[in-house]
Write a protein that binds this ligand. Structure first.
Ligand code: NAP
Length: 432
């Protein structure tokens, strides 16, 4: 019997478990270790609450979780409750699928002012991540700036724009639902340091902005290259740019406006003891498509600034780290010494949820090939002994299913669940 520990129970973790089962069949036991008492990582805490069809992929992970030979070992922090060296000793292989949950800092003057938050914190707040549930972002302001032109910036702008009725069917947590319902924000500036052709937004998600109940996207066609140049774009990007051009034709009066401010590089955030404006430099593209400053600056009024410029993986003691890349040091998923990594912890924070699937399969194949003779590790039995000695309150998958039931039972009408946002509440909801 082979024993594998997977650290992290998000998409990359579950695809790896699925792949290991396919390649090793009944000869493998898998423990999915998560620092939280609830599984699914990015699906629960990253994917926007109004994108339930994307979240539905967790049903596929549940199948894996319920299959024989796979355990969920929740509420256990690797590096605190158990060390990497101990895991390496107990298991034949350890896979890090810890994602990239930390914000990459924007690093401009004023980025530490109250009212400036990173997307991990802001998204964690509206998705009920225990670490960020108390964020309390300022929404009593007229104008917000969202830095970045990726899908996360798009999620944040959309969530700031929606009416309460547009959240029916979502699993947005009550504290965010109520705060957003009372929000005074009328103008949302999406600050992109490059132009319309360089956005990192996917067409389906971008198109949604054209159909919001009380919010209109606004673009300035003067920022666009001649329309004929769109044909050189790849089909997905062309679709996105077509959406942007269509936004210019939208008419009508709505309460909120999402301004696409292109060629706008944030230089500093200013204000009297809190964020009040972003100082922006107008840019242009150089021959390689990079943003270069023109020296012309202006200011964008913003009492809330959400920086959506990408994420990084937090290091774990005992796992070699690539500081530059903000992920574990690895060669195609192999760290060395029986350690592997997958997903964003391997590649950095790019790609869709499905991108993690081939990644998991590749690493599973490598692990199967690396297994020599032997297989004398203790696996989960050894881990259980250690955690019991240390008094760690471990959450099982059965426990999680009771938590899940309790969350469904207290959902607002029309919504799938009302998440518990405090770890103690989650532990209590196990009912044992
Ligand atoms: P992303 O796609 O890499 O976008 C990051 C954005 O931040 C880019 O527009 C980038 O501009 C900008 N940026 C980076 N550093 C900056 C700086 N110092 N100043 C100003 N702007 C800066 O990252 P993301 O939006 O965090 O998304 C992460 C991944 O999750 C992506 O693969 C995304 O597609 C995926 N995702 C998917 C969905 C969905 O499918 N519904 C939802 C959310 C996230 P440059 O291009 O100029 O570098």
């Amino acid at each position: 019997m082979r024993h594998v520990a997977i650290v992290g129970s998000g998409p990359a973790g579950y695809y790896s478990a699925e792949a290991l089962q396919k390649s090793l069949g009944e000869g493998v036991r898998i423990d999915m270790i998560d620092r939280l008492p609830v599984p699914y990582g990015l699906i629960r805490f990253g994917v926007a609450p109004d994108h339930q069809s994307i979240k539905a992929v967790s049903r596929r992970y549940e199948k894996v979780a319920l299959s024989p030979g796979v355990r969920f070992v929740g509420n256990v922090t690797v590096g605190r409750d158990v060390s990497v060296a101990e895991l390496a000793d107990l298991y034949d292989a350890v896979i890090f699928a810890t994602g990239a949950p930390d914000d990459r800092p924007i690093g401009i003057p004023g980025d530490d002012l109250p009212g400036v938050v990173g997307s991990a914190a802001f998204v964690g707040w509206y998705n009920g991540h225990p670490e960020f549930a108390g964020l309390d972002p300022p929404l009593d302001v007229a104008s917000a700036a969202v830095i970045g032109n990726g899908n996360v910036a798009l999620d944040v702008a959309r969530i700031l724009s929606k009416t309460p009725a547009e959240f029916v069917g979502s699993d947005i947590v009550s504290h965010a639902f109520e705060a957003l319902g009372n929000s005074a924000i009328r103008d949302i500036h999406l600050l992109g340091r490059r132009g319309p052709h360089q956005i990192q937004m996917t067409p389906k998600e971008l198109g949604e902005l054209g159909h919001l109940e009380d919010s209109l996207p606004k673009v300035d066609l003067a920022d666009f290259p001649p329309e004929a140049e769109d044909s050189a774009l790849d089909p997905g990007q062309r679709k996105s740019v077509t959406h942007l051009r269509e936004f210019a034709r939208l008419e009508g009066e709505k309460r909120k406006t999402i301004h696409f401010d292109f060629f706008a590089r944030p230089l500093a955030i200013e204000g009297d003891g809190k964020a009040e404006r972003v100082i922006v430099e107008r840019t242009r593209l150089d021959g390689d498509g990079r943003a270069v400053g023109t020296g012309e600056t202006y200011s964008v009024h913003a009492g809330l600034v959400v920086s959506c410029i990408g994420y990084k993986t937090p290091p774990i003691e005992g796992v070699p780290f690539d500081e530059q890349g903000g992920r574990f040091a690895n060669q195609s998923g192999v760290i060395g010494g029986g350690l592997y990594c997958v997903g964003w912890a391997r590649r950095g924070p790019t790609g869709t949820i499905g991108t993690n699937r081939p990644d998991g399969y590749e690493v599973a194949e490598k692990i199967a090939a690396d297994f020599g003779e032997g297989g004398s590790t203790q696996g989960g039995a050894g881990l259980d002994r250690l955690l019991e000695e240390r008094g760690v309150d471990v959450v099982s998958f059965d426990d999680w299913r009771r938590i899940e039931e309790a969350e469904a039972a207290r959902a607002r009408p029309g919504n799938p669940r009302e998440k518990f946002v405090a770890i103690e509440e989650m532990l209590l909801a196990r009912g044992r």
